[in-house]
Design a protein around this ligand. Sequence first.
Ligand code: KG4
Ligand code: ZN
Length: 353
Amino acid sequence: MTSGALVDEPLVLGIETSCDETGIGVVRGHTLLADAVASSVEEHARFGGVVPEVASRAHLEAMVPTIERACEESGIKLHDVDAIAVTSGPGLAGALLVGVAAAKALALGLDKPIYGVNHLASHVAVDQLQHGPLPEPCVAMLVSGGHSSLLKVTDITEGVDPMGATIDDAAGEAFDKVARLLGLGFPGGPVIDRTATSGSSIAIDFPRGLSSRRDLERHRFDFSFSGLKTAVARWIEAKERSGEPVPVADVAASFQEAVVDVLVRKALDAASSEGIEDIIIGGGVAANSRLRVLAEERATKLGIRVRVPRPGLCTDNGAMVAALGAEMVARGRTPSALDLPADSSQPITTVLV
Ligand code: KG4
Ligand code: ZN
C-alpha cells in the first residue's frame, strides 16, 4: 500500500467528531499549526455521560465555525491543503457520521485526497507534534473514556498489534464512575486528579485489577477496573452507614493510585517483554498528573523512555487526526475511497480505511 503521492511536509486538515469534541486541526508534517476544539461536554454534564444524539447535533452546529477558526489560527486557505483526514471510527455512530460527511464534502469540493483514520491510532500519532518523529517500534498505552489498551507499534500507518486491553470498564470510565460516587460531577478524570492532590494515596488500599499471579498468567497485559469501582462504592457505603464523613480527597487519591499503579506496571512490563525502550501514552487519561509522574519515575529506573503529549493534546482533538493523516501522506499510503464508511466499532488493527 504505497501508491499515494509522496509529500515531504504535507499540509493536512484533520476532523475529529467521535465523541463530544468537534476538533479541527491543521498540521504541516510534524508541526502543529492550529487546534480548534468546540466541546459539548457541558450539555452532557447533567446526564452524567455523553448523550449521542446531543453530541451529533452539537457537531453539526460547531462544524463550520470550528473549521473557520482553524483556518484563521493557522493562516491557511482551505484550498492550500494537501489532504483531508477524518476519524472514521471507533466512536459514536451518529457523531462520526457528521465528521465523515464534512470531510467528504471538503475533499470533493477541494478535489483533495481523503484519509479515514482510526481514532485510537491518532491518539498515538499526536505525540509527534510535540516530541518529533515517533520512535518505532514502541509500546503505546491508550487510556481514554472508551478504551484502555496496550499496543505494539511498528509502523503507525500500517497497523498496530494489540497486546492487551480492558476486559470490562475503560480507565476513563472508572474515573467518571468513581467521580459520580463521590458527587464530583462529569467528566470525572480532571476533577479526581485535582481533588487527589489534597488527599493521601495510601489512605485506603484499593485492589489492583488483574495483578495476582494467577491473573497474570492469563491476563498479563489486560486491565480490569470494574472490581475497583465496586470496591470504592462498598467502601463509601460502609463509611456512610457508620455515620462518618467520607474523606473525599483520600478516596480520590487512593483510587487514582490504584488505577495508575496498574497502568504503569503493565505498560513497563509490555515494553520489557518485547525489548522495546520507548512507551507512548495517549488518550484522555494520559492527561492525569499522577500517571505522568509515576510513569516517568519507574521508567527511568528501567532505562525506558516515556513520551506523553501535553494534556491538551491527550484529550480528543482534530490535530491528532491531522497528525496521523500527515503521516499517511508522508509515507505514501493510498487514500481512502470517497465513499468511506463511518465505522463505530472500527478495530484498532485498521488504522486507515
Ligand atoms: O480521549 P478522551 O478525551 O475521549 C475518549 O476517546 O474517550 O478521554 C476522555 C476520558 C474521560 O473519561 C475523562 O474522565 C478522562 O479521559 N480524563 C482524565 C483526565 N482528563 C480526562 N482521567 C484522569 N485524569 C485526568 N486528568
Ligand atoms: Zn479519544
